[in-house]
Structure formats: C-alpha cells, structure tokens
Write a protein that binds this ligand. Structure first.
Ligand SMILES: Cc1ncc(COP(=O)(O)O)c(C=O)c1O
Length: 455
C-alpha cells in the first residue's frame, strides 16, 4: 500500500510550525531560481554569517580526529589549553564520539553542566538531574510527552510563543491553553493574565498540568525580572502546576538594566520544593549559535525518583543525544578561563558577537519603529523583533509577509505563527543578518510597507 494523506495521523496534519512554513518554502524556491533572499525567519546565527568560536572548533577537530593529538606539530597549531581539554575529553569519552553514550549523556559533561548551574545561580545542582539532549527542542519533547497523559490535559503557553510548544501539544494530543503577554508594557507577563487564562481553561474543563515560560522571550525579546519569576512560581504552586522554563536565550540580554535570572535560582531562594521545574538550555543560541550541532540539556528539580526513572526510560528509547553535540555542551558550560592561552581570543569573539547583536537589536527595532504604520518594541533579549503592523482591511499578516518576500526577498514569519491578540497583526524578524544588511532591510520594509498600505 502507498500511504495516503488520509491515512496519516490527524495530529501530524494539525501541527503547525510557521518558522519553517509555506513562506519559507516559497523563499527557498525563489532562491533556487536565483533570487537573493535575506533570511530573517529563523534564529540560525551561523547561516547568517556568524562565525563559530575558534576554541570550540579547534577542540572539536582534535576530538573528532584524536590522532592529531599525537602529531609532533600539534602544539604549533593549537593553544595549550585546547590540547589539554581535547585530551581530557578523549580520555573521558573512552569509546570515542562514534559510539553511543550512556542515555542521559557523558557523565563528565553532566558534571560540568551541574558546576555551570551551581556557579551561575549560587545553588547546588546534580549531574543526576541533567539530561543531555539534541537541542532544547528534544528536551521539551520529553517533558511534554510525560506530562500530556489525556486529551484533556492542558499546557499553558505564552501568546505570542515559540511554535515548538503549540506544535508538540498538537502532536501529543493535549490542549493548548494560552496566556497573553502585554505588548503595551513591553510584553511583560501579568498575574492577571495568568489568572484569566487558568479560569477560562478550567471553565472549559481543561486539566492544566504545566506552565511554559520562555525567558528571555521568543518572539518578544522580553526579559523577566525577579519579582515576575517569583510571581510565576507562586502561581504554579497555588494551582498545582509544573514549570517548563525555556532559558535558551540566557546569554542574549542586551539591556543594561536587565539581566537573566534563572527559575532554578528563584525557586531555590524561595525554598520551594513542591513545584516540579524543567529547565532547558541550548548551544544553538547565546554567542555559540551552534544550531546544526543539536546540543543542549534539560535540568529537572523537585521530581520524584520514579518519575525520573521514566524520564530516563524516555531518554533511553532514543539511545542518547548525539555525542558531538554533548561535547559542544561541555564546551559551552566550561569555556576558557583567565590564564588559558585561548582566553583572550575567546573573550574577544564572545563580546564581538554579543555587542554586534545588541547594536543590531537597536538598529532594527528603531528603524522599523520609524516607519509609519509599524510599531516595534526594542527587544531586551533573544534574537528577534516582533513589530505590530497596520494592514488594509481584508489583509492578513500572512498576505503581508508573502507580498514582502515577493517584493523584496526579505523572509519574515507572520505573527499568526506565534499567536497574537485577536485583531492585531505582527511579523517576526531576526536581527541576525550582518550589520551592513540591517539598514537595507529597514529601508526595503519601509518602502514596501507604504506601497502595500497605499495599493
Ligand atoms: C524559545 C526557543 N526554545 C527552543 C528552541 C530550540 O532550540 P534548539 O536548537 O536547542 O532545539 C528555540 C529555537 O529557536 C527557541 O527559540
């Protein structure tokens, strides 16, 4: 039998993932026919000319081809600390990177992740509570697979949200429960919005299991403060919910008044032990941008041991995360230190990337804001702007983004792919293109917008 579209799971048919949706497919088609495309649709830094960090690629080359470590010229090519690090990795990954690892991932990597969390937050962390994953996406998939037990089980997600969440909830047959972020107050999350959302969902008979928080926010760029995080944890506790804290943009904070604070830290400070916390981090974002290596981790807190066993079973069904990705996670959480030969170049590359992102965040949001009919908040973090657009009546944000692509070659994602307050229209654009291109993007969008409105 040849499988037909009617034979496949309706859950697959229903799942949507706009950041790689029809507009992006059209852009790929245009590119094949020679059109120059400016890819502002996805947070994929190295596809937009961000250079990988030297110490990461140097270490990877040595551990992928360890014979180099025995070459008499090795110390003429690689810094001493990189060679030492590579030797440490090859010793601790006994069977090399071509073998399956233990299911939760190399123990030395999980130990390094636990030290990273302990140092970042001033709290204790344990390798036993860490699962290395093929990017944060896979960690979210594990958690939602465990939590969604019945068709009536609901997961609260922000609107706008990163569509991984809505897509997985569809695939797993759960109920999506929206809570709205407030654009008027720079996309902050209010207690009233959470209460409203849970009240409505309960009236519809939904059994809410967990609350997803993306901090810093995608697509909003908002960074939560301590009070906000405390409020969310207390809300979760009051309503018996678990928390899924998506913290993949923790290094991407550009506002001098804001800083990243983890849910783990605040939960520890509050002494709360009766709310389960699933925290996610990734090597795809920050200043690494190693998206293609598919690396990240899930850390769990306040999880009983029998549930941990099931999580480990879930993790082991896929055997393990990719071994090279595990090494990238190791390098992410244990970068060169002062005194290391590669430290200077590492800090130069890191601050070069982060300061350029900060400049681009301001350039793009300021530029878009100056266009009549576009209103754009300056993002405090992450990699995106999410401007509100005025549209002629009868037009949607998808119409707008398709027309923008055809007219200018700029590929952005319609706000409807992330969710938005009914009656409002947005698009999401990354500020990852090279600085020289941002001005051109703003100019083109400005011209296009006026033509579109006046047509
Ligand atoms: C909020 C958020 N979470 C998770 C992911 C997925 O990241 P990863 O590449 O680690 O799977 C992304 C990717 O853009 C994201 O924006």
């Amino acid at each position: 039998m040849v499988i037909g579209i009617k034979n496949i799971s309706s859950r697959v048919l229903e799942a949507k993932y706009a950041v790689r949706g029809p507009i992006v497919r059209r852009a790929q088609e245009l590119q094949k026919h020679g059109r120059e495309i400016v890819w502002c649709n996805i947070g994929n830094p190295q596809a937009l000319k961000q250079k990988p960090l030297t110490y990461i690629r140097q270490t990877l080359s040595l551990v992928e081809y360890p014979d180099l470590l025995n070459d008499r010229h090795v110390d003429e090519i690689f810094p001493r600390d990189v060679i030492e690090r590579a030797r440490f990795i090859t010793t601790h990954s006994k069977h090399g990177l071509g073998a399956y690892t233990v299911s939760p991932g190399f123990e030395f990597v999980r130990d390094a992740v636990s030290r990273f969390i302990a140092k970042r937050d001033g709290i204790t962390a344990s390798a036993e509570d860490i699962y290395l994953t093929d990017g944060a996406s896979q960690g979210v998939q594990f958690v939602l697979s465990m939590l969604i037990a019945n068709p009536n089980d609901g997961i609260m997600i922000p609107v706008p949200q990163y569509p991984l969440y809505s897509a997985l909830i569809s695939l797993l047959g759960g109920r999506q429960v929206n809570y709205f972020l407030d654009e008027g107050s720079d996309w902050q999350l209010s207690h009233a919005a959470l209460e409203q959302s849970i009240k409505d969902a309960k009236e519809r008979g939904v059994n809410i299991k967990a609350l997803v928080v993306i901090n810093p926010g995608n697509p909003t760029g908002a960074v939560l403060d301590h009070e906000n995080i405390k409020m969310i944890i207390e809300f979760a506790r009051e309503h018996g919910l678990s928390i899924i804290a998506d913290e993949v943009y923790q290094e991407n904070v550009y506002s001098d008044e804001k800083r990243f604070i983890s849910f783990a830290r605040v939960m520890h400070e509050l002494g709360i032990e009766d709310v389960s916390l699933f925290s996610l981090h990734s090597a795809s974002k920050g200043y690494l941008g190693e998206c293609g290596h598919r690396a990240g981790y899930l850390e769990v807190r306040n999880i009983p041991s029998d549930v941990q066993d099931e999580l480990l079973k879930l993790r082991s069904i896929g055997l393990c995360s990719n071994a090279v990705g595990q090494i990238i996670t190791y390098l992410m959480v244990s970068p060169p230190e002062k005194g290391d030969e590669s430290y200077e170049l590492f800090t130069k590359e890191r601050s070069g990337i982060l300061s350029s992102l900060k400049r681009k965040a301001h350039m793009l949001s300021k530029g878009l804001n100056s266009i009549d009919g576009i209103e754009c908040r300056t993002p405090s973090g992450a990699m995106y702007v999410f401007p509100k657009i005025d549209l002629p009546s009868g037009k949607t944000d998808s119409d707008y983004c398709s027309a923008l692509l055809e007219a200018t070659g700029i590929c952005v994602v319609p706000g409807s792919g992330f969710g938005q307050l009914p009656g409002t229209w947005h698009f999401r654009a990354t500020f990852l293109p090279p600085e020289g291109q941002i001005e051109h993007v703003v100019e083109k969008i400005g011209e296009f917008h006026q033509d579109y409105i006046n047509a």
